[in-house]
Design a binder for this molecule. Structure first.
Ligand code: FAD
Length: 234
């Protein structure tokens, strides 16, 4: 990101692409769409503040978006004049741009891209079971499949039967780690795992001059249960 910002500061005009890709092989959102939407909107804001927005094209691309995509986030991109390259999938980043599988070259002065997420590469070389999408394969208690005393939580780990919208996020990592720690304690005490974690999505999209809170949960109630209790009392 530092390199991106430094290069951006040196430009007074140009074409900038911002994009993401999701690994869906394990049935959930292993990628960073939220932060990349945020980056596109913050980039727009920063260029407007500098008074040079009209000198730049900002393109947003993702092979995980369909042409004609609709929704609140898409509206935020459109109202900022961000060009949507829905469905675009680069296969190679080259000097001065990127190429797709047909060899078509797109000129870009800067590209900010978040690739799909898999578990860390060391997992592939370890004795741990690996999911089809490259995560450490765990059950709904966070226990690594086939290894009763090994647990995993967070971005490195798979989910068992996840809802398709659940993302890799910090608060999910926290919920998973908390359940895994309790289950680990139970196992060490000769008991069975019983602690599950709640499937949630919660993302505050910071656009500097605006913001959106996107949320979803498995039971339809807001994530971070009870966090707003104090606020209601005021
Ligand atoms: C730009 C961006 C914005 C984000 N915004 C949000 C947000 O607003 N809300 C949200 O909930 N989530 C957000 N996330 C996602 C969130 O950061 C991750 O889901 C979360 O950090 C995952 O936690 P983790 O502990 O599983 O992994 P990590 O936080 O990645 O921690 C893994 C740690 O292991 C260390 N490590 C790796 N390999 C080794 C090794 N071989 N030996 C020793 N240590 C090692 C790493 O250095 C790291 O410290 C964002 C992510 C990005 C990239």
């Amino acid at each position: 990101m530092d390199v991106f910002v430094k290069k951006l500061e040196s430009l007074s005009a140009g074409i900038i692409y911002v994009g993401y890709k999701i690994n869906r092989m394990d049935g959930f959102v292993a990628g960073r769409p939220g932060p990349m939407y945020e980056c596109a909107c913050l980039l727009d804001y920063a260029l407007r503040e500098r008074g040079v927005r009209n000198n730049f094209e900002i393109h947003f691309f993702s092979p995980d978006r369909s042409p004609g995509e609709k929704g609140a986030i898409t509206d935020r991109l459109r109202e900022r004049g961000i060009i949507l390259d829905d469905g675009y999938a680069p296969v190679e980043f080259l000097d001065g741009g990127m190429a797709d599988k047909d060899g078509r070259f797109r000129k870009a002065d800067l590209v900010l891209y978040s690739p799909e997420i898999t578990g860390p590469s060391l997992v592939q070389k370890s004795c741990l079971p690996v999911s089809i999408g490259g995560h450490i394969d765990v059950d709904k208690y966070g226990q690594v499949k086939g290894l009763p005393h090994v647990f995993a939580a967070g971005d490195c780990a798979n989910h068992e039967n996840p809802p398709p919208w659940v993302p890799h996020q910090a608060h999910m990592a926290q919920l998973r780690a908390s359940a895994a720690a309790k289950n680990m304690k139970a196992i060490l005490n000769g008991k069975r795992s019983t602690n599950l974690y709640r499937q949630e999505l919660s993302c505050i999209l910071d656009m500097q001059n605006d913001a959106m809170w996107l949320y979803r949960s498995e039971d339809g109630r807001p994530p971070f249960r009870n966090i707003f209790r104090g606020v209601r009392r005021i």
